[in-house]
Design a protein around this ligand. Structure first.
Ligand SMILES: Nc1nc2c(ncn2[C@@H]2O[C@H](COP(=O)(O)OP(=O)(O)OP(=O)(O)O)[C@@H](O)[C@H]2O)c(=O)[nH]1
Ligand SMILES: C[S@@+](CC[C@H](N)C(=O)[O-])C[C@H]1O[C@@H](n2cnc3c(N)ncnc32)[C@H](O)[C@@H]1O
Ligand code: SF4
Ligand code: SF4
Length: 363
């Protein structure tokens, strides 16, 4: 086995030594099978809850995982470490020029792997068909409101029509089920929640409301300022009746509800609420994250990152693959219990917001 290059030797947090288990198991017995891979830190929007107005300093291209490195890492994940589904995210994954080629290569190697993409939808209209043909399984498009002024206020960019065209193109390309992600901000788009749900139900899209988490680059999040899942249910309750979806949650971030008009038995569809702050789901977390520069983040709120890129670049022999896989397993073994610490509690006195914003981690 090759020596571990210095850059890859970032300290791992103290944890009992990892036993010789297969797969991405952590010290609390959770097994990660859902791989979330960030393709870039760059983005063409500046959402308040994620990016600062002036953007961030983008990583140099030489520091990003190449297409070949991505394909190799996913191969290791799937063939050796029990990865069963892959989500491509960012930053904005559509800004990566080789996105379609990456998906095509992944699909050739893994014919039955579910591969999904989370995107802001800008530029999607021109790419949806190619993504579907390359083998993308499905996508989630983030769109917080259908109102142009609120969209501009939230994202600081006037691109709502492009996003709408992107959703339509993805639908036409057969990228189903199609999910729409929305973060609500008080006084900006909270009044649009029921309208957005109605729009999605009419088209057969599944809407997911996401509680705002402390992952904004401006560090402006407050526990009191964010809109809670209970409030979201209240906002929808005036127009719709929500009932728990009887299907099992299977470790998914979203709690799903069946949606009906009050007093009517007809099922209109489902809505998901991702209550990371007020109803955390860390005990059943199945996710492993790799940042665009090849670092493992075992938890969205990890303050320890474990570099795989230097090991990937050290060589491509079977021994090198062993070293990468072992380091990934070590990183996941040290996964914190919840919210990057020993207990759930975003906003608690002992919670420390990660230096990176959501865009730089990969949402
Ligand atoms: N706290 C926390 N939030 C998460 C985690 N995974 C996803 N989320 C939140 O849920 C949002 C939606 O995630 P997506 O990747 O679009 O979709 P998904 O939740 O994986 O949903 P599916 O499409 O059903 O697979 C993310 O942007 C995060 O805000 C997680 O591991 N921890
Ligand atoms: C970081 S983005 C990356 C992919 C793509 N740029 C997009 O917006 O879909 C992934 C998801 O994270 C969500 N997100 C970003 N910052 C968040 C925050 N502070 N709290 C909760 N969700 C957040 C976005 O709404 C989006 O649905
Ligand atoms: S949420 Fe997505 S679209 Fe918005 S700034 Fe972050 S990375 Fe960009
Ligand atoms: S906060 Fe960390 S442990 Fe909790 S669900 Fe998210 S990634 Fe998993």
């Amino acid at each position: 086995m090759p020596a571990v290059p210095a850059a890859a030797s970032a300290s791992l947090p103290a944890a009992a030594p990892r036993p010789a288990l297969s797969g991405l198991v952590d010290q609390f017995g959770r097994v990660a099978s859902d791989m979330r891979l960030s393709l870039t830190d760059k983005c063409n929007l500046r959402c308040h809850y994620c990016m600062p107005e002036d953007g961030l300093e983008w990583l140099k291209k030489s520091k990003l995982l190449t297409a070949a490195e991505i394909v190799r890492l996913v191969g290791l994940g799937v063939e050796r470490l029990g990865v069963r589904e892959l989500r491509l995210t960012g930053g904005e994954p559509l800004v990566r020029a080789d996105l379609v080629d990456i998906i095509a290569a992944l699909r050739r190697n893994h014919p039955s792997l579910p591969i999904s993409l989370t995107t802001n939808g800008v530029g999607l209209a021109g790419k949806a068909q190619a993504l579907a043909e390359a083998g993308l399984t499905r996508l989630n498009v983030s769109m917080d409101t259908l109102h142009h002024d609120a969209f501009l206020q939230l994202t600081r960019r006037p691109f709502l029509d492009q996003v709408l065209a992107g959703i339509e193109a993805a639908d036409a390309a057969g990228l189903r089920p199609l999910k729409v992600n929305a973060v609500l901000m008080r006084g900006v788009n909270d009044g649009h929640a029921a309208g957005l749900l109605g729009w999605c139900l009419d088209r057969g899209y599944e809407l997911r409301f996401i509680e705002q988490m402390p992952l904004d680059a401006d560090h402006g999040w407050t526990r009191d300022g964010m809109i809670t899942a209970a409030e979201i249910r209240g906002l929808l309750g005036g127009t719709f009746e929500l009932a728990p979806d009887p299907r099992s949650r299977e470790g998914a971030p979203a709690e799903r509800f069946e949606v009906r008009h009050p007093g009517s038995p007809a099922l209109l569809g489902t809505v998901g609420i991702i209550a990371s702050v007020t109803e955390p789901f860390c005990a059943d977390c199945r996710r492993t994250r790799i940042t665009a520069e090849g670092k493992v983040m075992s938890c969205l709120f990890s303050r320890t990152e474990v570099d795989l890129l230097a090991l990937l670049r050290a060589g491509t022999s079977p021994d090198d693959d062993d070293a990468v896989a072992a380091r990934w397993q070590d990183a996941m073994w040290a996964k914190p219990k919840a919210h990057g610490m020993g207990h759930p509690g975003l906003g608690d006195a002992d919670f420390v917001q990660p230096d990176r914003s959501m865009s730089a981690i990969g949402g």
